[in-house]
Design a protein around this ligand. Sequence first.
Ligand SMILES: Nc1ncnc2c1ncn2[C@@H]1O[C@H](COP(=O)(O)OP(=O)(O)O)[C@@H](O)[C@H]1O
Length: 286
Amino acid sequence: MAVLSRLMLRFRTSSTIRSFCTKYSEIDLTRAASAEALSSALPVEDSKEKGRNVHWVFLGCPGVGKGTYAARLSNLLGVSHIATGDLVRQELSSHGPLSSQLAEIVNQGKLISDEIIINLLSKRLEEIQAKGETGFILDGFPRTVRQAEILEGVTDIGLVINLKLREEALIAKCLGRRICSDCGGNYNVACIDIKGEDGSPRMYMPPLLPPPNCESKLITRSDDTEEVVKERLRVYNEKSRPVEEFYRARGKLLEFDLPGGIPESWTKLLQALNLDDHEDKKSAAA
Ligand SMILES: Nc1ncnc2c1ncn2[C@@H]1O[C@H](COP(=O)(O)OP(=O)(O)O)[C@@H](O)[C@H]1O
């Protein structure tokens, strides 16, 4: 508890918080800045039901496929998938008081402040708790060592899966990403075929094309331009790469090199997680 109080104190008195207090008076900053908010929103553990104790995190560069595999795994284990990038995009589309400031940060490829992201995450965790759920898979959080410390102070993360892919494939995947503006389906028009060099295997990822009824409704994320993707990769290396080390040092990091497209990678990921005998795996992949 003392550790948590110290974290909260540091969190509350930082200059970032003070500047946001002045700038974004619309949001409840005491709550936003409080690790306590996150702590109280976290579901209470109950080991009796399947997946309820899963408190896992997906790490990895932009475009690596965190969303795809976190969603499939959540489906398989019957727990909530919480993607902080989706929470940010929801906030943007709500056209609330924070929207224009957030849009500027996201479209520059920068990170949202810890306090705003924790505020959004706390609200989502409260919704999950209200539904009586206790397990979750986080995707896109933590993204800084500070966020990791705050999370570590309020819950015990069991496993951190670090997805890895070569940088040229990451850029191609981000640029090929498409979303159906009608059904929200995620697709990718990139066909990635990278020849193996120096003993590394060939990397082949076929496109994930939309069904005919989505074809005319495809949109691209505003931060998926080449310039912004490169900045997001730079920011990942600067701010999020140390988070890998944070969890490696605690023996929680599972490194996973994606071998290729979704079917092959999903099968190998389940093997790495010792979930390959899971009875529901076929339906989860649907
Ligand atoms: N934990 C976080 N901390 C700060 N900013 C975040 C966080 N999660 C998401 N964001 C913001 O939302 C944007 C989109 O996030 P996400 O969809 O996870 O992107 P990516 O494809 O780069 O992994 C990020 O570039 C960042 O501006």
